[in-house]
Design a protein around this ligand. Structure first.
Ligand SMILES: [Zn+2]
Ligand SMILES: [Zn+2]
Length: 132
């Protein structure tokens, strides 16, 4: 029997306490707190749709990071409430997703350019140039 229990230990994302790795990355105490906060954020946004991350954090008396976390994980979007948050790339204020439509488009263009550049094999790859 190999002892791999140490590999299953992580520190809680919020308070840093060492715990056994579960489906989530927070300890049960922080998870509970986060759930409560999430419910509060949700109902706040229901009555104040389109509030900014900063406004929500202020109203909840929590860190902006915490609100951003809910945005990043898509939880708020899933329950149908909107937060105004900056695009990850150009910082423009958006309501959906993590990046604005323009950045999404330019990212897509970049990816397809990259694909067409690397997609085809290089025919000049040291063929026939053997030296001894
Ligand atoms: Zn914790
Ligand atoms: Zn953008």
């Amino acid at each position: 029997m190999s002892d791999d229990s140490a590999q299953n230990l992580i520190s809680c994302r919020v308070c840093g306490v060492i715990m056994v790795k579960l489906a989530r990355d927070t300890c049960s105490k922080c998870f509970q707190k986060e759930e409560e906060l999430f419910q509060r954020v949700k109902s706040y946004l229901r009555s104040n749709p389109g509030s900014s991350v900063e406004e929500v954090a202020k109203a909840m008396d929590c860190s902006e990071e915490q609100v951003k976390y809910f945005v990043r994980t898509g939880r708020l979007e899933r329950v149908g409430v909107k937060v105004a948050h900056p695009c990850q790339i150009c910082q423009k204020v958006i309501m959906d997703g993590m990046i604005c439509p323009e950045c999404k488009k330019s990212l897509k263009d970049q990816v397809s350019t990259l694909r067409s550049q690397t997609g085809q094999p290089d025919p000049d790859d040291e063929s026939g140039g053997k030296k001894k």
